[in-house]
Write a protein that binds this ligand. Sequence first.
Ligand code: SAJ
Length: 473
Amino acid sequence: MSKSNFDNKESLRKVGVVGMGYVGIPSALLLADSGKFDIVYGFQRDSSTSGYKIKMLNSGECPLKGDEPGIDDMLKRVITAGKFKATSDFSRIKELDAIALAIQTPFKDPKDLVPDFGALIEGLRLVGKNLSKGTLVVLESTITPGTTDGMARQILEDESGLVAGRDFMLAHAPERVMVGRLLRNIREHDRIVGGIDERSTQRAMELYAPVLTKGKLIPMTARAAEITKTAENTFRDLQIAAINELALYCEAMGINVYDVRSGIDSLKGEGITRAILWPGAGVGGHCLTKDTYHLERGVKISGCHLDYPEGKDSLFVLARNINDFMPKHMYNLTVRALERINKKRVQAKIAILGWAFINDSDDARNTPSETYRDLLLRDGAMVEVHDPHVLDYPGVPISHDLTETLANADVVAIFAGHKDYRALQAKAVKKLTGKEHPVILDGRNIIDPELFIGEGFIYKGIGRGDKNEHALI
Ligand code: SAJ
């Protein structure tokens, strides 16, 4: 195909994905398995930390941890069919009709709103250096609004000497994957596709159409696509913050927030929506803890005038502050509970149940449990962490023996709603602690307060204003 003229709608034949991680691998395999492309290359830098993935992938072994239904079979299928090849040879990008970048964009420290675009910039430089006329470039990573048509466009043009929109196409098609259902999410979620111009949008739709089953393509501009992705997580974080704030109010007013939640949720009917979520010990993970700051930064660097209430904090950042306060609230509840038995934190053993940021998962990224642990370590308490799914975590010993963790504990703090913890028996736990009045904190509303209060526990639950000041049995 003559690359210089992509007006004639030649089909996309050779495509590639940069970044063999939990976004790039399923993305590349689904493209390869679609049967619509001659070859799909999976580009991976041959670095000391990730270079091993190249050989693993080409030998039909998936380097992703955890159970990902269908991914092993798909990998073997596309390798056998010669439709997929992992490589560190970025010069092959010259041959391609389309190249997607699936590279992480974490924040060094959300407080200063500066994302760590280092890896993405390196990827853009490598693509730019090998970019040929007529190629489509797509960014799949979650990025600050304004990046596609800003920093990314600039780097690609500087490195290639080509002009975006004229010589190559450029779009943003944000991923919506979730660990444990990578392939399903890409196939079934609608796919936002945003080009820097109409032709880029159309070309990107051609790339992703073959991998969708239930999902539909939703075209828009690149900037709108960037805002959509960051805002869809910002709105979820906002909804969680709203119910967390209500939980704090209910605790203060002696009310069970779950009664109020059921009451609000009962309001149904035409055009009535109340997306009321669940209060808890905090919000962790890779998405909700950073996407709000991408959105905020997007507004700030846009250079456009924002008309907003004078001197007022962003509602979205306030939501982040409320969610980040919840592990601190768990700490405050702990302090109040120990005061009831005149126990100093410095002499207390604290058992944290749950290090994963989400129920029945081994994913501990940005776990709220860490804030709670740090506060108690600072008080000189002895803290032990249990989690049945998290194998290890840098600098934090994780026990997989619940009996041992509960032994002699003054405080039992439930941070994850793991199945194992829903089965906790009040009598058995009391016996293991060996204490007359152990404290139990329910951060995910998974135990029955009366059963534990009846055994002599001091109970504190998020949103449980109806129980948190109970009489000591
Ligand atoms: N959480 C609450 N209350 C809730 C829901 C969640 O406290 O009602 C807490 C969880 O305990 C966890 C954190 O929030 O610590 C995040 O939970 P999450 O269910 O949002 O899980 P994530 O972070 O994996 O979010 C993903 C995102 N999916 C993608 O990025 C494709 C998010 O956009 C989805 O909305 C979310 O899954 C989902 O709906 O499952």
